[in-house]
Design a binder for this molecule. Structure first.
Ligand code: SF4
Length: 167
């Protein structure tokens, strides 16, 4: 299976979510959180649409990439899952490098939190990403769905009803 940034992001949130998503069970389109995130993304940065371009690499869509300054800019609605966002952006860097595209800076912007996280190339390690790819593939290959994780954030997950409706 060709892994995308979504797989890598879910690896850092919940193994069950990764397994369900990779199995083709998706519910994100009906999630209100996703709609809110898209609205923040579009309304906050409309004015920058000329500077950044959307590109698609090996099945992953990078919303904002500036070829001239070799900068990647990701916008998120909340920093709650920052580690997963950082992993997602590092995976984008991996894809850019694999496709021989320049990358010097990566920025994660949290407009609601008034917070910016910068990922320098010193923070990036190809081996780390390849390790995540191996971990994700091992989880996806499991015969049975991993167990629920009972975290407070499960309530905002698009799989919440699927995971807990039997309780
Ligand atoms: S509801 Fe919780 S256990 Fe189920 S997929 Fe989402 S994060 Fe994982």
């Amino acid at each position: 299976m060709q892994l995308t940034a979504t797989h890598i992001s879910y690896l850092h949130i919940c193994h069950r979510k990764l397994w369900l998503y990779a199995s083709g069970i998706t519910m994100e389109h009906s999630s209100e959180n996703v709609k809110i995130g898209k609205h923040i993304d579009e309304s906050t940065y409309e004015r920058e649409s000329d500077k950044y371009k959307e590109i698609e690499l090996d099945g992953s869509k990078i919303d904002r990439y500036d070829y001239k300054t070799a900068t990647l800019h990701e916008v998120k609605k909340s920093s709650k899952f920052e580690q997963s966002h950082i992993a997602q952006v590092k995976f984008y860097i991996y894809l850019l490098k694999r496709n021989n595209l320049p990358i010097a800076n990566a920025i994660i912007d949290y407009p609601k939190n008034r917070k910016i996280t910068t990922i320098s190339m010193d923070d990036y390690s190809k081996e780390e990403i390849e390790d995540w790819i191996n971990q994700a593939n091992s989880i996806i290959d499991l015969e049975l769905c991993p167990p629920v994780i009972n975290k407070p954030f499960c309530k905002t997950c698009s799989y919440f009803e699927f995971c807990y409706s039997g309780e």
